[in-house]
Write a protein of this length. Structure first.
Length: 345
């Protein structure tokens, strides 16, 4: 199974606006191995990397819990940042990073960016065309199965929790398509507390592996998000249903760019909607990096904004707070929805 670093490096080599200069890793042997494959420099540490004047932008692929610290260090060195999700582990840190980037006139961009996929952009185009009319109800599912049965190191994912690891995909796609969130009510539970790694080691899950959230959108619509690290063969998988007065739009996945897209007019039959262009097979994780680089070069806004990423952090933090307090929690931040990709107009 390829790791994120290698996936990003492979995809970066196909881009016109990004040139790979070098990389660093806390495990120097790992960095050297990748540098040999992709013909780039190896830096002994982040400090050395960000001091290199040849570098304009740094991609952060570190573990969740150090994202805020690493991103701040990069911004303080006057480099643009593209980071894997999440932007930070709390809204206070996320907002601080957004403010710092703005103060220093730097770009801050964050995954997930799967709303840039062909299936997801086709859905955005259909919504913009008014095919659904007034949107009143959204069902979003992330059934991410029992991660310990296939991932060699599952414990960090269980520690951060299903919402922050994969629920974030559905939240980001839905808000990109339909706008900001107003308030949330959450419920969470550990439904399978004892798990076993591929090596047979038993471990305990303490962060909820099942979460359901009722989400009120600023546009008046209601969204139900369900995510878990348990269900394997759910027919809903990672699907999103968007219901409006004119019918229902079914998006087969929040992250698969070649996912099926169907429209069912109210009382009618399913109609398969072809993608606006030939889709990428799977998920092109680095597409947001290319979008950011192009935006910097053309001096235009990038799509995966820091404001959007911070809004997602506040939503997830609010869901966690709601679960803990058993109360509905308001979300106060906002963001400007990203423009559709140029090829989607």
């Amino acid at each position: 199974m390829k790791k994120y670093k290698q996936i990003y490096l492979e995809q970066i080599t196909n881009y016109n606006n990004v040139h790979l200069v070098g990389l660093t890793d806390i495990v120097s042997e790992r960095a050297q191995e990748l540098a040999t494959i992709y013909n780039c420099a190896v830096y002994p540490d982040l400090e050395t990397m960000v001091a290199d004047e040849k570098i304009d932008l740094v991609v952060n692929l570190t573990i969740h819990h150090v994202h805020a610290e690493i991103i701040e260090q990069i911004l303080q060195a006057n480099k643009h940042v593209y980071t894997e999700k999440p932007l930070a582990m709390n809204y206070k840190d996320a907002k601080r990073l957004v403010d710092l980037a703005e103060k220093k006139n730097l770009r801050l961009s964050s995954a997930p960016i799967t709303y840039m996929g062909e299936a997801q952009q086709t859905a955005a185009q259909q919504i913009a065309a008014g095919i659904l009319g007034k949107i009143r109800l959204v069902y979003a599912e992330i059934n991410h199965d029992r991660i310990e049965t296939w991932h060699p190191n599952p414990i960090p994912f269980f520690d951060v929790g299903v919402l922050w690891d994969v629920g974030i995909y559905a939240l980001t796609v839905c808000t990109a398509l339909m706008g900001s969130v107003k308030r949330v009510t959450g419920y969470g539970k550990v439904i399978a507390p004892t798990r076993r790694t591929l090596d047979g080691e038993s471990f305990q899950v303490t962060t909820p592996d099942f979460i359901i959230a009722l989400i009120e959108l600023q546009n008046g619509g209601l969204m139900r998000l369900t995510c878990n690290f348990y269900a394997n063969d759910s027919k809903q998988d990672h699907a999103i249903e968007i219901h409006g007065d004119g019918g229902m739009l079914y998006l087969g996945s929040a992250h698969d760019y070649s996912a099926p897209l169907e429209f069912i007019e109210f009382g009618g039959e399913p109609l398969l909607i072809p993608p606006l262009r030939e889709p990428y097979d799977g998920t092109e994780y680095a597409r947001g990096l290319e979008d950011l680089a192009e935006a910097i070069l053309k001096n235009k806004p990038h799509r995966a904004s820091g404001d959007h990423a911070a809004h997602i952090i506040e939503i997830m933090e609010a869901i966690d707070t709601s679960i803990a307090t058993k109360q509905t929690v308001d979300v106060h931040s906002n963001f400007i929805q990203p423009e559709m990709m140029d090829w989607a107009f």
